[in-house]
Design a protein around this ligand. Structure first.
Ligand code: GDP
Ligand code: IMO
Ligand code: MG
Length: 431
């Protein structure tokens, strides 16, 4: 298969970065199509850890083209910092290795200030955003007041629009959010410098991808966040502000419908979530704390401790169906070593009613009781295991049960954070 999308099927942080980095070896182009630097994708290569926020996780493979599509919102300050970090480590050395869509919207410092100001005001009811201004930037895109990278070309008209926006945003920051306004002269000067840095990367990315596809190039789409954070199908309002399903690649990168060959859903062998909102299988006992420590479950974007839960097959079915998943990669199986028994949520129960599927509208998700099956655990370390046959029998049974409950091909199993720590059962580029 030639075009493959990798997407999160839980609440983000499933290990998408590691899988994209792994598959990038077989791809020519790696594309981000939604989200912004609220994403944090971790790659562990040759013992070194990299966290990518905006640049696609193909960046560590020389000779690949990384594309940031029109559906993303990009903080120019964060992007330049990330490019500089990658270059300091010997990556992205040519300007051809990264293409940024003219049509992508910018996240401005006022978006960050509004995001943080609103969260502070919400207090106990806060969404628990990353505070990187993602929601406010998407709001402006839809309100048609956003600034695109294409707008940087004519800097005079860019400045005029920025000043107009700042008047309105600063009034809102001061009078409603009681927050510090953004200095207009300072921001214009900063944008002048950033413009010079970013103009060389601007490209008609949709056109580039179309031609590449026609020429038979292999394209890998890198989803950010996860299905349960999707603005339409997630746990609204405790979601992010973009569509996080594979279908977003069509609008968010300009890929024509029908040109995506396979979707690979990524899930942890258990579940995590950062921020507020319902979490049916959340573990409130010491087992959760242990998994957090063993799995190093602290947000890579914000350092916040991640909430921990059992694998949720109801949620997986919802996410895999919406994504039309060809396969599932299950990461962090190694973290479950020593947990005995392990549990899998097979259905939900509420007010005496059993739900095999997600309740419509996800209504009442905060009040449901997960119906869990217990399976025997295992105690051997999974370090270095690269074949199913070498897994302890209870770990194989655990995977088999997840396969039965989700009814999708198990394509990969993660046994460690490093690039090579994987049991590869089915590589979509070689299928
Ligand atoms: P992403 O946002 O989906 O790319 O995921 P993150 O990078 O935010 O979080 C996943 C974390 O799990 C990172 O620290 C990865 O290095 C780590 N990871 C990925 N796969 C595995 C695995 O199979 N085992 C272990 N132990 N860690 C993994
Ligand atoms: P990756 O791509 C985990 C969560 C935030 C918050 C909610 C809204 O690394 O998997 P936002 O800043 O987007 O407005 O916050 O969404 N969130 C993520 N959680 N991984 C992510 O990305 C996330 N991106 C957003 O924690 O609950
Ligand atoms: Mg992450």
């Amino acid at each position: 298969m030639k075009t493959v999308a990798v997407v999160g099927t839980q609440w983000g942080d499933e290990g998408k970065g590691k899988i994209v980095d792994l598959l990038a070896a077989d791809a020519d182009i790696v594309v981000r199509f939604q989200g912004g630097n609220n994403a944090a994708h971790t790659l562990v290569v040759d013992g070194r850890k990299f966290i990518l926020r905006l640049v696609p996780a193909g960046a560590l493979h020389p000779g690949k083209t990384c594309v940031i599509g029109n559906g993303t919102v990009v903080d120019p300050f964060a992007l330049v910092e990330e490019i500089d970090n990658l270059r300091a480590n010997g990556f992205l050395s040519s300007e051809d290795s990264l293409k940024l869509s003219y049509d992508a919207h910018m996240v401005m410092p006022y978006h960050r200030a509004i995001d943080r100001g609103r969260e502070a005001r919400l207090g106990r009811n806060a969404i628990g955003t990353t505070g990187f201004g993602i929601g406010p930037a998407y709001e402006d895109k839809v309100a048609r007041s956003g600034l695109r990278f294409a707008d940087l070309i004519d800097f005079r008209s860019f400045t005029a629009r920025l000043e107009r926006n700042l008047k309105e945003k600063n009034a809102y920051l001061k009078s409603v959010l009681k927050a510090k306004p953004i200095r207009t002269d300072e921001l214009i000067a900063q944008m002048k410098t950033l413009r010079k840095r970013l103009l060389p990367f601007l490209a008609d990315t949709a056109g580039f991808l179309y031609s590449a596809h026609e020429a038979g190039k292999r394209i890998l789409f890198e989803g950010a966040h996860g299905a349960m954070l999707d603005i339409d199908y997630g746990t609204y309002p405790y979601v992010t502000s973009s569509n996080c399903l594979a279908s977003a690649a069509f609008a968010g990168a300009g890929l024509p419908p029908g040109k995506l060959d396979a979707v690979l859903g990524i899930s942890k062998a258990y579940t995590t979530r950062v921020g507020g909102g319902p979490f049916p299988t959340e573990i409130k006992t010491g087992v959760g704390k242990r998994l957090r420590e063993e799995g190093d479950e602290f947000g890579s974007a914000t350092g916040r401790p991640r909430r921990i839960g059992w694998f949720d097959a109801v949620l997986a079915r919802h996410a895999l169906r919406l994504n039309g998943a060809w396969g599932l990669a299950l990461t962090k199986l190694d973290v479950l070593t020593g947990i005995d028994p392990v549990k899998i949520c097979v259905a939900y129960e509420r007010a005496g009613r059993r739900y095999e599927q997600m309740p419509p509208g996800r209504v009442g998700l905060d009040k449901i009781r997960p119906i869990c099956e217990e399976l025997p655990g295992w105690h051997q370390s999974l370090q270095g295991i690269r074949a199913m046959a070498d897994l302890p029998a209870p770990a194989r049974r655990y995977l088999e049960r997840i396969g039965e409950l989700t009814n999708v091909r198990l394509a990969m199993v993660g046994t460690g954070a490093a690039r090579e720590a994987i049991i590869m059962l089915s590589n979509p580029f070689q299928a």
